[in-house]
Design a protein around this ligand. Structure first.
Ligand SMILES: Nc1ncnc2c1ncn2[C@@H]1O[C@H](COP(=O)(O)OP(=O)(O)OP(=O)(O)O)[C@@H](O)[C@H]1O
Length: 311
């Protein structure tokens, strides 16, 4: 897949006062993908989105949206983007239909009731089109924000923390909505604090820390490359220390010697330290166990490691 819809090169942003919020960001977003941007608080996610959307000027570097420069060709670049903000700001007394139609007008686009109808139906807001916003549930209000962002037929949708503060059920609901949008050909970039959200939704994941992109990877490859598994054996009798035959960086004793923990990935297998080799050594050493369980590291572990490493 190599069909970039957004190309960011050499982006730096230093705010007035001298704080450097982005440092040499290079990033390419492919047409039709769901890209999740992860990063701790203050890492620069909002700054990056704001520069891409042309709301904040870069100090250096360039952003091309479908070939249009975010600064020089602001209008063409901006009209290709829908931005779903985090906060639920809305016009309480307006109807759903009017709010969404009005958003389209802000982009100077001629009215297109057929498009608004399509958007409202795809977000299951059609039955609510005559409702005033104040009468809607929190979940419906979020859908209205998405409908507004889609009103001018953008090809790219930015979702800033789309499920911040919503309950689990609603979160799953939103994921379905976002997947549906991708099916319809919209490229989606979302920022999130919920690792589970990135794990569930993203095709690729980018991690930003202190204004720098520290990693961009296909999610599946990331999980395989950085993810590790843990096998914990509950020993019949505790050990005070590991016998020589078991001295290896991947092995450790925990729970006062009652548990032997083996952390492994594909590498250990290749080096002849796989599970069969471990079990054979245990047998030779006369070490028996009464129970065992395994655990696979999640994206959260990977993320915490990455951010910690660079702190
Ligand atoms: N207008 C501004 N002037 C000066 N510094 C700013 C400005 N806007 C943001 N910053 C600083 O830039 C850094 C990055 O902020 P940004 O909002 O981009 O981070 P973020 O990753 O979106 O964080 P969060 O997840 O908390 O929203 C922060 O340290 C912030 O204080």
């Amino acid at each position: 897949m190599n069909d970039p819809i957004i190309s960011i090169t050499g982006l730096n942003k230093t705010y007035q006062g001298g704080f450097q919020a982005l440092t040499h960001v290079d990033l390419t977003i492919q047409r039709g993908e769901i890209f999740a941007l992860l990063g701790p608080n203050g890492a620069g996610k909002t700054t990056l989105i704001s520069v891409v959307c042309g709301l904040v000027n870069p100090t250096q570097g360039q952003v091309l949206i479908d070939g249009f420069d975010s600064v020089r060709d602001y209008r063409q670049a901006r009209e290709r983007i829908g931005l779903v903000p985090q906060e639920l700001t809305n016009e309480a007394f307006e109807t759903v239909w009017n709010t969404v139609s009005f958003s389209r007008g802000l982009f100077g686009k001629a009215p297109n009731p057929a498009h608004i109808e399509k958007v409202l139906k795809s977000l299951t807001l059609w039955d609510k089109r005559h409702n005033r916003l104040m009468t809607l549930s929190g979940g419906m209000k979020r859908r209205v924000l998405i409908a507004k962002a889609l009103s001018h037929e953008p090809r790219i949708l930015f979702l800033d923390e789309p499920t911040a503060g919503v309950d689990v059920e609603l979160r799953r609901d939103m994921w379905e909505v976002v997947r549906g949008l991708r099916e319809s050909g919209v490229t989606i970039i979302l920022t999130t604090h919920y690792i589970e959200e990135a794990e569930e939704m993203a095709d690729r994941i980018g991690v930003i820390n202190r204004g720098e992109i520290v990693l961009v990877e296909e999610k599946a490859a990331l999980m395989q490359k950085l993810g590790s598994k843990q096998l914990t054996l509950q020993l019949q009798s505790p050990l005070t220390q590991l016998p020589n035959a078991l001295q290896h960086e991947a092995l450790s004793l925990t729970a006062n010697g009652h548990e032997l923990v083996y952390t492994y990935d594909g590498r250990q297998e290749e080096e002849g330290h796989g599970i069969p080799a471990l079990l054979a050594t245990l047998e030779r050493e006369g070490i028996t166990f009464k129970d065992l369980h395994t655990r696979q590291s999640s994206l959260e572990d990977i993320f915490v490691d990455l951010v910690k490493e660079r702190a």
